[in-house]
Design a protein around this ligand. Structure first.
Ligand code: ATP
Ligand code: MG
Length: 542
């Protein structure tokens, strides 16, 4: 095959060629205990990517076998985020729907003498497990009769025992070099209400027992998971074979995605939310997919990024600049250019008597060229940073005695300016140079720079939100690495009139400033706010 294939595809190709499987069936199995983050996007791209590449199927399966941390809010957010990324699952399934079948499988193991009820506490199990150099000790309950095990397991299910009083363990090998094979717990008692099964169950299967069964019940051919499960594969296979299944599902592991300046663990993200360090799971600083949606990241850019990162067998951290590179790459072609001033200063054009309207190109890089109207009048706003009464070295904008071009309009020359009692500029007066609009007789007069501006008559008052990375650079404990003041608000910005008609999540390039996305309730009750997606400068590869 001329085409590049990754190691997962090589395994799948072999299984198809040998005829071992006919159709590829994968699944995305989130635990509904938090919102999805961009690490999950990687897993989604791989699992749904296999479905697309091989014309197979991919299920969305909620791995909801642990009632204490799960919630319907998370179930719903997960669906929304997957759909937003552009993936369509074949079936929506819940591991909890298989509780009866899983219980039957456990009973089957007991009958085969492959599982036993153990009265050890969690501590005692840990203490007798041994370590990498010492084998574990057999539990004194390891040789209970099948009949006794069946009765006790039935009683566990019936609610006769308290949490932690008994567990069901697989009977494998307490001396196995693989710690996961030392009689792992496969069922525990938990008197807790489940978000779907309510109070029906007081025993719940452990992940290592439940997962291979879920995969097998659904006819998953390739169960793609992250690297930390590599050592669990022998147990995955043990459960699969001893519960009556064959070589498939087959578990394949790939490296987790990590990104610099942020963290990819639901547990930690949950902590940030609960401690109020961020404004919920969808805060634009969060690496969650819903946070990225609020921030304005295009789903296409996230998919392109995941494809470029590829699949690997060793964990590594990807530079956040690489992700931003794909965001810019997409927006450069897809976001219309608009003029906005962040900190406005009034500019009077003293020789402008009549209002004018120009057609400004929306995007020089778009395939189909379009324009929108921008109006000009005697009173404008420019950005405070674009006029310097006392210019620093190499300053390329308006200065006393200088000229500058107003983007898409005239060249203007300085006349005078006013300051308040603190020396802050309050107004700049200029004259426009006739015929200096592009194409005019004076258009070639040399200017120091080009600046954006808005018309005071029709501009829209905007609030801009800018964000820093969640974490400071470095390693150390995440709790000590939170960036202080990572959210800056600019409440006095002004945008050109066309922005009044923007809709929620519309994305723009604000000229010379960066890429911005309209907030989700944009335009409602006079709320005209934008989140900054990313700056203009690509720092990737520097
Ligand atoms: P977390 O540690 O953030 O809670 P998890 O692995 O517990 O993540 P699950 O809901 O169990 O989260 O994950 C669903 C799927 O997404 C799993 O197959 C998991 O391996 C995968 N996944 C989770 N995090 C990443 C990541 N950073 N990179 C790639 N895949 C991931
Ligand atoms: Mg998990």
């Amino acid at each position: 095959m001329a085409e590049n294939t990754n190691f997962i595809e090589e395994i799948i190709n072999k299984d198809l060629e040998s005829g071992a499987v006919k159709e590829i069936v994968t699944r995305f199995p989130p635990e509904p205990n938090g919102y999805l983050h961009i690490g999950h996007a990687k897993s989604l791209c791989i699992n749904f990517g296999m479905k697309e590449k091989y014309g197979g199927k991919c299920n969305l399966r909620y791995d909801d076998t642990n009632p204490s941390k799960e919630d319907v809010e998370f179930v719903n957010s997960i669906k929304e985020d997957i759909a937003w990324l552009g993936f369509k699952w074949d079936k929506e399934l819940y591991a909890s729907d298989y509780f009866d079948r899983m219980y039957e499988c456990a009973v089957g193991l007991i009958k085969k003498g492959l599982a036993y009820v153990c009265d050890y506490s969690a501590d005692e199990i840990r203490r007798t497990r041994g370590n990498l150099t010492t084998p574990g000790e057999n539990s004194p309950w390891r040789d209970r009769s099948v009949e006794e095990n069946l009765r006790l397991f039935e009683e566990m299910k019936a609610g006769k025992y308290a949490d932690g009083e008994k567990v069901l363990r697989a009977k494998i090998d307490m001396a196995s070099p693989n710690m996961n094979m030392r009689d792992p717990v496969i069922y525990r008692i938990l008197h807790e209400k489940h978000h779907r099964t309510g109070d029906k169950w007081v025993i719940y299967p452990m992940y290592d027992f439940a997962h291979p069964l879920e995969d097998a019940f659904e006819g998953i051919t390739h169960s793609i998971c992250t690297l930390e499960f590599e050592d669990h594969r022998p147990l995955y296979d043990w459960v699969k074979y001893n519960c009556g299944f064959g070589d498939f599902p087959k578990q394949i592991e790939f490296a987790r995605l990590g990104i610099t300046r942020t963290i990819m663990s639901k547990r930690y993200l949950k902590k940030l939310v609960e401690e109020g360090r961020v404004d919920g799971w969808s805060d634009p600083r969060m690496p969650t997919l819903s946070g990225m949606r609020e921030r304005g990241y295009p789903p296409e850019a996230i998919r392109n990024f995941c494809a470029a990162v590829g699949v690997a067998k060793s964990n590594s951290e990807v530079d956040v600049a690489y992700l931003e590179h794909f965001v810019r790459d997409y927006l450069n072609v897809n976001a219309d250019r608009m003029m906005v001033v962040k900190n406005p200063v009034r500019m009077i054009i003293e020789n402008a008597d009549e209002d004018e309207v120009y057609d400004i190109e929306n995007n020089p890089n778009a395939e189909i060229k379009t324009t929108h109207k921008v109006s000009f009048s005697r009173e404008l706003y420019i950005d405070r940073d674009d006029f310097a009464p006392v210019p620093p070295p190499k300053y390329k904008r308006l200065v006393p005695g200088g000229t500058v071009r107003l983007k898409g309009s005239y060249i203007v020359e300085y006349v005078s300016h006013k300051c308040d009692e603190n020396g802050n500029v309050t107004e700049v007066t200029c004259r426009y140079i006739p015929d200096s609009i592009q194409g005019g007789a004076n258009a070639n007069i040399k200017v120091k720079g080009v600046i954006q501006w808005v018309n005071a008559k029709d501009c829209v008052d905007l609030t801009l939100h800018e964000f820093d990375y969640l974490l400071l650079d470095g390693d150390g404990d995440f709790n000590d690495r939170l960036t202080p003041d990572s959210h800056t608000v600019y409440p006095f910005a002004k945008g050109e009139a066309a922005l009044r008609d923007a809709k929620a999540y519309d994305r723009f390039q604000f000229m010379r400033m960066g890429y911005f996305s309209a907030v989700k309730d944009y335009g409602k009750d006079g709320k005209y706010e934008f989140n900054m997606i990313t700056g203009l400068k690509d720092s990737y590869g520097k």
